[in-house]
Design a protein around this ligand. Structure first.
Ligand code: FE2
Length: 453
């Protein structure tokens, strides 16, 4: 029953040929692959040999009715996650309850088909698709509970990982972040409290909602769990449908929350970046000789960092860091910044303030926090004689050490009002001479590797 193409395959189970034809017409705008079965028994045979993404079934049919068909499919692990839409002329509350109890995802009255069937099909298929990608970690020392919950969640279409206790859970999710964790409290080796605490301290896992399932319904117990980071608390024994409903709700709220937070951060980042870029442009407009310097440094350090296998996100930060490394010079007076001759001690002191001024500008933007290291520390020296903190060796953040190499190289090879830029080979020689004193030796080597690449 392998899935063999991307067009969803629907099985339409209905004893009336006329109604099947009508349903085909209603579903035609969706351009899906639709097969037909005249009753539940024929449907079961077809499901055995073919992959179906969705079943739309009538209830009242000869041989095997829609309720029995649904029950049989939900019993078998290989078919229990196929979503089922029941469409029937029986539409009393009892009929609808029976349909949902048998495992239907949607129950429609035949009179609503024209208006609602297409929407229901699209909605069910999109939810099923989403759930197939969602992993739920179920942690409980009871084999029976694990099996019941695993069956219920798999039936609803989720991917389930099970673990017997907290330690087992942590081992099983290494390298794979679960979308939600559902955990008992009282367990051997590592209980739910300890697991929840470890999860909250973990950089990646803490973003997964932690749901507690426990026989303990004491208020204090619940409060304690919620205080250490649990998103919800469900008391055992529970109805599995309620649990699935709760999980769906938490995942959907959580998804919306993450989406909103991402939108907010993206907006904040791009708004702040555009104002900082304007500041940078203003800075470079003051000094024709350093125009293009920031872009050149950004280009060099990006090339170097790419050789170290950093993530795309880090590379993006490095580009920004390179572009903004001298942003603090915006706070240095023209008479000092643009002075063509030798600087006095006091003037040099003014220039040396630019990393701190730069840090002050960027500090208010949380999404640029990892760029501050470059801005604040790019004038530290490997031997500890740099500024502003006199950091030494590996105390200097790596990105700042890399920036120092690129900054020095570009300064040596660029024209200044008081001297011509030197040839590349001479600059290479100087970099080699000052590695270990001014510059980090590994970073100078990385620079040469980039030059040769
Ligand atoms: Fe600088």
């Amino acid at each position: 029953m392998e899935k063999n193409n991307e067009t969803p395959h629907i099985l339409l189970v209905e004893d009336s040929a006329m109604i099947r034809k009508y349903f085909q017409k209603v579903l035609a705008p969706l351009h899906m692959n639709i097969s037909e079965a005249a009753d539940g028994l024929i449907a079961l045979h077809m499901i055995k040999d073919n992959h179906f993404d969705l079943i739309i079934t009538d209830i009242d049919m000869p041989n095997l009715d829609g309720i029995e068909l649904c029950q049989q499919l939900k019993k078998k692990p290989e078919t229990r996650s196929i979503p089922i839409i029941m469409v029937s002329s029986l539409d009393s509350d009892d009929d609808i309850d029976r349909g949902f109890q048998a495992g239907a995802s949607v129950y429609l009255s035949k009179t609503d088909v024209q208006e609602r069937l297409c929407l229901a099909v699209e909605d069910v298929l999109s939810k099923t698709d989403q759930r197939k990608k969602q992993h739920i970690l179920v942690v409980d020392d009871s084999q029976i509970i694990r099996t019941i919950v695993e069956n219920g969640l798999s039936q609803a279409g989720f991917q389930v990982i099970t673990a017997e206790h907290g330690r087992d859970a942590l081992n099983k999710i290494q390298g794979k972040k679960p979308d939600l964790i559902l955990s008992d409290i009282a367990m051997p080796i590592m209980d739910g409290f300890a697991l929840c605490r470890e999860i909250q301290e973990h950089d990646t896992f803490r973003l997964s909602p932690f749901v507690v399932m426990s026989t303990n319904s004491e208020r204090g117990h619940m409060k304690r769990m919620l205080e250490i980071g649990a998103a919800a608390y469900i008391v055992k024994p529970f109805n599995i449908d309620q649990l699935v409903f709760l999980i769906e709700k938490i995942l959907s709220d959580h998804f919306m929350l993450l989406l909103k937070e991402k939108e907010r951060l993206d907006f904040e980042r791009s708004a702040m970046l555009s104002s900082i870029t304007s500041l940078n442009t203003a800075l470079e407009a003051r000094d024709a000789y350093t125009r293009g310097h920031s872009e050149a440094v950004a280009r060099i350090i990006t090339g170097m960092i790419q050789l170290t296998g950093e993530s795309d996100q880090d590379i993006e930060s490095v580009i920004i860091g390179g572009q903004l490394h001298d942003i603090g010079k915006i706070g240095v007076r023209d008479s000092v910044l643009l002075k063509p001759g030798k600087l006095t001690d006091n003037e040099y002191h003014q220039i040396k303030k630019h990393p701190s001024i730069g840090r002050g500008i960027l500090e208010s933007i949380p999404s640029l926090s990892n760029v501050i290291d470059i801005v604040y520390h790019h004038h530290e020296r490997f031997d500890g004689n740099g500024y502003p903190e006199n950091l030494k060796g590996s105390q200097i953040p790596l990105w700042a050490r890399i920036t120092a190499v690129a900054d020095t190289y570009h300064a040596l090879t660029s024209d200044r009002p008081y001297r011509q830029g030197m040839p590349r080979q001479k600059a290479f020689q100087i970099l080699s001479d000052i590695k270990g004193t001014q510059l980090c030796p590994d970073c100078v080597e990385l620079f040469f590797k980039w030059i040769k690449a």
